[in-house]
Design a protein around this ligand. Structure first.
Ligand code: SF4
Length: 178
């Protein structure tokens, strides 16, 4: 079955797009968020709504305007949950096959887990923000989800910590220097 026709979970009934990912699948730094939102579902691209504006701005600021040729951005699940609810365990399980493929096709140096859903799934539910976890040859870093940073005013401590996490990931991935 091709990914754009995937019907492995109930979300295929309400989606407009299967949101595969953006950037280079061979990248040394891969970002994994939670799920597409309304804008992402409409455009078929991850992180193009409000959260994307914040994430993309920070990435360009730290990594330069060509950053999106050097990284890969995706989500735990590829179809939008109704009303932007959190993905259910069976949906995460069903989409895991695709996520594992995207990660393993070329194991990156660094995987940034954006938010709790991704961090719990790929690292553990006791992991600490911005800490580094070595798993099967890659370094995993749990970083706040950009929507959390927005909810907290897009400045102050959450933004500072978010930027620190992104900078560390890009350094470890050798995309930026020290
Ligand atoms: S969320 Fe994933 S598993 Fe579910 S239908 Fe969409 S692509 Fe398939």
């Amino acid at each position: 079955m091709s990914v754009k026709n995937c019907k492995r979970c109930r979300l295929h009934k309400t989606r407009n797009s299967v949101v595969w990912g953006r950037g280079s699948i061979d990248a040394e730094v891969k970002f994994v968020g939670e799920a597409p939102g309304a804008e992402e579902d409409k455009e078929g691209m991850p992180f193009v709504g409000r959260s994307g504006t914040l994430l993309n701005g920070v990435l360009i600021d730290i990594g330069g305007s060509d950053i999106f040729t050097k990284i890969f951005i995706t989500n735990v699940i590829m179809c939008r949950p109704p009303n932007n609810r959190r993905p259910l365990p069976d949906e995460i399980e069903a989409c895991g096959r695709w996520l594992r493929y995207k990660i393993k096709i070329k194991a990156p140096r660094v995987i940034v887990c954006l938010g709790r859903t991704s961090s719990d799934l790929l690292i553990s539910n006791s992991c600490a923000w911005n800490k580094q976890y070595k798993i099967k040859g890659s370094i995993y870093i749990p970083v706040y989800h950009p929507s959390y940073v927005i909810r907290n005013g897009s400045k102050g401590e959450p933004m500072k910590k978010f930027r620190q996490g992104i900078r560390t990931a890009l350094k470890l991935g050798k995309i930026i220097g020290d």
